[in-house]
Design a protein around this ligand. Structure first.
Ligand SMILES: [Zn+2]
Length: 304
């Protein structure tokens, strides 16, 4: 999500610099092996189609093929984009190891992702072993006058539990469970400190939360905190809102694909409603980091 100013900055940056895609290109064989193992459709030199071509084909064949037929292509693009923007992006261990190898000690993961290829922000969360299971925990401390009200925090915590349950329910093999905790002090070493605002404020996920955000939107925003990018075209979506096209999106799925250019069954593509879910590659992207060394961020993808 982005504030108006934030969106304008993204627009401006898009014209003077472009999002580089370097990480998967550093080791295309490792990227392709991981993408294919995750169900992605990857060609010899990356994904076969870019988002625009894929949206066009999805729309052109909408009546003949289900939109799920294109899921492997959308997955390839999402994996490629996420890796290319991640300070741990050059690390693509085999998915079988990521999902199957026991975790021997707890680890706090921290890194940086260039959200939508332009906006560097930190991600951080804990991985904690529990026998054969792995817990993924995100603690968020709320700041401001509203955060002093225990009833508000309790309501927020309920929604965070529902968001965590969604992440747990779709986890590969049922070996991973998620805990998202609302904190009101820094005693528990929170991963994030955000201001709690009234209503449904729209700001970056690591600055302000709106107390009326739905549990499903929280699942999407906490996905960002765990270092997953938006999969829709940020500029196209912002433009669509600006010209009122968004009124059609709820009633016309073809129009939505045309503007979003991503797989609307994915939680990181479509945060509205309650239908989208985390997908297998999301778990790979965040769980693989336990095998990764921190690498320097791609400063050169930021516009000068
Ligand atoms: Zn988002």
């Amino acid at each position: 999500m982005a504030s108006g100013l934030h969106a304008i900055a993204l627009f401006a940056a898009a014209f003077v610099g472009c999002a580089a895609s370097t990480r998967p290109r550093e080791n295309p064989d490792a990227f392709r092996a991981a993408a294919v193992a995750l169900g992605g459709r990857a060609a010899a030199r990356g994904c076969a189609l870019d988002a625009g071509e894929l949206a066009d084909r999805t729309i052109a064949e909408w009546s003949a093929r289900s939109s799920e037929a294109w899921a492997p292509d959308w997955a390839c693009l999402a994996i490629q984009d996420n890796l290319s923007r991640d300070s741990m992006g050059s690390c693509t261990p085999p998915p079988a190891d990521v999902f199957g190898r026991p975790l021997s000690f707890a680890r706090r993961i921290a890194g940086e992702l260039f959200y939508v290829g332009l906006d560097p922000r930190e991600y951080t969360y804990d991985l904690v072993p529990h026998d054969d299971l792995v817990e993924i925990e995100v603690r968020v401390q709320f700041l401001g006058p509203l955060a002093q009200d225990p009833a508000r925090i309790a309501t927020l915590q309920d929604k965070m539990h529902r968001a965590a349950d969604l992440w747990t329910r779709y986890s590969p093999g049922g070996r991973f469970f998620f805990r998202f905790i609302a904190e009101t002090t820094d005693a528990a070493l929170p991963h994030f400190q955000v201001h709690l605002d009234a209503g449904s404020t729209r700001t970056p996920f690591d600055v302000t939360w709106g107390e009326e955000w739905s549990w499903h939107l929280l699942a999407h925003e906490i996905g960002h905190m765990m270092g997953l990018d938006d999969e829709y075209g940020q500029l196209r979506k912002t433009l669509g809102h600006a010209i009122g096209e968004d009124k059609r999106w709820d009633v016309d799925p073809v129009d939505k694909v045309r503007w979003f250019q991503c797989d609307s069954t994915s939680l990181m593509c479509d945060s509205k409603g309650e239908a989208s879910t985390p997908l297998r590659y999301h778990y790979y992207l965040l769980l693989r980091r336990r095998f990764c060394r921190v690498t320097p961020p791609d400063r050169d993808v930021v516009a000068p």
